[in-house]
Design a protein around this ligand. Structure first.
Ligand SMILES: C[S@@+](CC[C@H](N)C(=O)[O-])C[C@H]1O[C@@H](n2cnc3c(N)ncnc32)[C@H](O)[C@@H]1O
Length: 260
């Protein structure tokens, strides 16, 4: 690999596993709030748009659901249970033929291979309400066969870029992100470099999902955004990142100047 080349984050840092006080499972209430807020929208979308009769189904009437960037739970369990509930509700309401009521659900939990899948599967509900499977790998690449997923869901995950844009760590570039660990928004060239990487990544994400979703399938994307005109550095989370960045710099300086 050339010296300056930035490796893609194929083995990205996972969320803290387990269920201890510092684990993701004990520190993801904020994300849970957003997932709860979309429950009603998912119910409405399924009611209006999800159509068993017109959607590709295999002969066994199995509905395949994927949660992309699932981490360890409990948010991912809550998510897929909401989706399953919405689908069952729709078909109960419509009182359609018995064969369609005998639906079975298969859920694919996707995340990077370094994710704590052990905790995820250990904490699955018992008895299971669906057939569960883990799918390790980057969601910027193909994960499933052609036209096989009926409902894809992802929350708080697609703002994770596949790699650091090369320019932001190149000291000779006008987009060099000197002294910051985030895209604060103050340097327009830095912002452009991150925006361009996000555009590429999202494009890849949508292209591969377009191949994997059945015609008529549904996809829900929950993502963090900033309102137009608001700089990251002025947002609450941006202020936290600046604070974190300054601590990291102090630590790095201590190590650099350490002289026993
Ligand atoms: C903040 S967690 C969100 C977990 C859960 N969806 C929620 O809303 O609580 C983001 C997850 O996305 C995963 N992730 C980031 N980039 C990914 C990628 N390219 N492919 C698969 N998973 C990815 C991370 O490993 C992490 O577990």
């Amino acid at each position: 690999m050339a010296e300056q080349e930035v490796p893609p984050l194929i083995r990205s840092k996972p969320m803290n596993g387990g269920d201890g006080p510092h684990s993701y499972s004990k520190n993801s209430y904020y994300q849970r709030g957003a997932i709860e807020a979309t429950k009603k929208m998912i119910n409405e979308a399924v009611k209006e748009k999800f159509d068993l009769e017109n959607t590709y189904f295999n002969t066994s009437k199995t509905i395949q659901i994927a949660d992309l960037g699932c981490s360890t739970g409990p948010n991912t369990f809550f998510t897929v249970e909401n989706i399953i509930e919405a689908i069952i509700l729709k078909y109960q309401d419509e009182d359609i033929s018995t064969s369609s009521k005998n639906l079975e659900f298969q859920v694919f939990f996707n995340d990077h291979a370094d994710n704590d899948f052990n905790t995820l599967f250990r904490t699955l509900s018992s008895p299971p309400k669906y057939f569960a499977a883990g799918v390790p790998g980057s969601f910027y690449l193909r994960l499933f066969p052609q036209s096989s997923i009926h409902f894809a869901h992802t929350s708080y995950a697609v703002h994770w870029l596949s790699k650091v844009p090369r320019e932001v760590i190149d000291e000779n570039s006008s987009a060099y992100n000197k002294d910051s660990i985030q895209c604060s928004g103050f340097n327009i060239e830095v912002a452009k470099a991150y925006a361009s990487q996000f555009k590429n990544d999202l494009n890849n994400f949508l292209n591969v999902r377009a191949q994997e979703l059945v015609p008529g399938g549904l996809m829900v994307i929950i993502i963090s955004v900033l309102l137009d005109g608001v700089l990251m550095a002025k947002s609450t989370i941006g202020m936290c990142y600046d604070f974190l960045g300054s601590c990291l710099k102090d630590m790095a300086n201590l190590v650099r100047n350490y002289n026993p």
